[in-house]
Design a protein around this ligand. Sequence first.
Ligand code: GLN
Length: 197
Amino acid sequence: MKIGVVALQGAVTEHLTALSELGAEAIPVKEANQLRELDGLVLPGGESTAIRRLMDAAQLREHLQLFSREKPVFGTCAGLILLAKEVIGEEAHIGTMNVVVERNSFGRQIDSFITDVTVQERKIPAVFIRAPHIQSVGNNVEVLATVGDRIVLARDGHLLGCAFHPELTEDRYIFELFLEMVKKSASARLASHENVL
Ligand code: GLN
């Protein structure tokens, strides 16, 4: 499986490492023509406004919109903000994941913190850094983890959005979850292709 990590700004290397550890071929992506060969894509954390600016400069945004309509994309933190259909108080960016996101929503005093979250009955450590949260989800979006009453991990079909940073801990469960989605989506595409032939 070949997974791209959008490499404009933010925690790119950590994602490449996590994906490679799990046996995926992981490559940094800076240009639209690299998307064609990928089975899935990660939008890493960083600063969403900076990534948006660089994305526009590289003329990547429309290509990412098209890609995310068809193939699995995993947005972490700023990546989740970029994927969301709605961002409170500002215009959406890629806008294909059916969630409403609020930026920097855990308050100034606790800009960054680590806590345990439960994902599919499994406890995993979650690092929050000036994190957003998912304020609400659309129909058919699965809520996979919460902190208090805030949604911090959700899945909209082949799109996965996470408010925290799974690449900064040893636990690889969230990446395993994403790679399962990539595998499922690739075999579904293959099956529909075979039906056409
Ligand atoms: N606060 C950042 C933003 O709004 C996200 C922080 C992160 O990705 N760690 O884009």
